[in-house]
Unconditional design. Sequence first.
Length: 389
Amino acid sequence: MIVGVVKESFPCERRVALIPAAIPNLAKAGLQVMVEAGAGWEAGYPDGAFAEKGATIAPDRAAVFAAADIIAQVLCYGSNDKTGRADLPLMRRDQILIGFLRPLGSKETIQEIASSGATSFSVELMPRSTRAQSMDALSSMATICGYKAVLIAANTLPRLFPMMTTAAGTITPGRVLVIGAGVAGLQAIATAKRLGAVISGYDLRPAAKEQVQSLGARFVELPIEAKDAQDAGGYAKAQDEAFYARQRELLGRVIAENDVVITTAVVPGKKAPVLVTKEMVQGMAPGSVIVDLAAERGGNCELTRAEETIVANGVTIVGEINLASTVPYHASQMYARNLVSFLTLLAKGGKLNLNMQDDIIRETLLTQGGEVVNARVREFWKLPALANT
Ligand SMILES: NC(=O)c1ccc[n+]([C@@H]2O[C@H](COP(=O)([O-])OP(=O)(O)OC[C@H]3O[C@@H](n4cnc5c(N)ncnc54)[C@H](O)[C@@H]3O)[C@@H](O)[C@H]2O)c1
């Protein structure tokens, strides 16, 4: 079977789905790799490096779609809402598609993908289990985003992060607050710690407290308790508006004490909760920085504009999206590693193994035979359950 890798088409996307080092591992599983010319260039992986490891280089995108049994992408149509649709006519019935498909983003889009006849697997639907950990692309990319958010903040802040005792006096350390201590938030805490800042972390999931503290940060305790804070998958559950209002009220004071606020609070399939209001921004010292990693999902800060950096009342609010793409070498390496693990499970001995008893395969399979077949996604979009699910 041939795994095809095309050049990512989302504007400014620099990652690539597989890297040369992945090819020998796929070969062991009986999978050959075909790469569109130039697909890895921006991530630091030239065609020659792919060819050296045994990949075939195809002249263009259409040639890869025509030859491959499996298409491996980072941002497929669905998550690539700008240019992704152009791939639909290139896809063959029963061709396998793997990548970020944003299954809870738009019902129409996933139905269009289903109509192409593709058997698609959405990496966002990967179960959060120990066995699936090596395939968890959301975590890989969140790690990179958390790291990069801190670098952006440090670069923007007119102050230093570390404490310094110098002949010219003592510099007090920067104060960083991270709201949402999931994978990205914890990585942001770890990175800010390495840069010497004084860090606080907050999350509505009580389980996050120990993780925040284990990284040497203070956990912000708010006198409110979320109802059913966490679902079985470890994700936060949506709360009612009264909870969010109280949260904002209590967070206001904490936010004003910090120079940098990094927000990562999201709930799957929902608009991100607004936790930092315009008034809270006004309460921050001029020069402060907010990096809103939830920008693409509506933003945790009321003033965030996705894909833009704005200054309000002297506070810089960064709403950059797709930060993982700004570290394309390692983002691609991690993503490729996730895909190799998944492909090895999916194609045992070079043959497709669609074992629906396997929770990883069953839960990530999004479309097949012209239908959206994923039970969780069908329920989310209120589509009637299929007879065999
Ligand atoms: N294989 C595994 O077992 C595995 C893999 C990845 C993540 N996880 C766990 O899953 C959990 C979710 O991680 P994630 O990074 O994907 O989360 P996420 O990206 O869905 O959300 C980011 C964080 O925002 C928090 N949040 C949501 N609403 C909030 C609010 N109103 N106020 C404060 N915080 C709020 C969430 O609790 C979460 O920690 C974590 O506990 C993580 O450790 C487990």
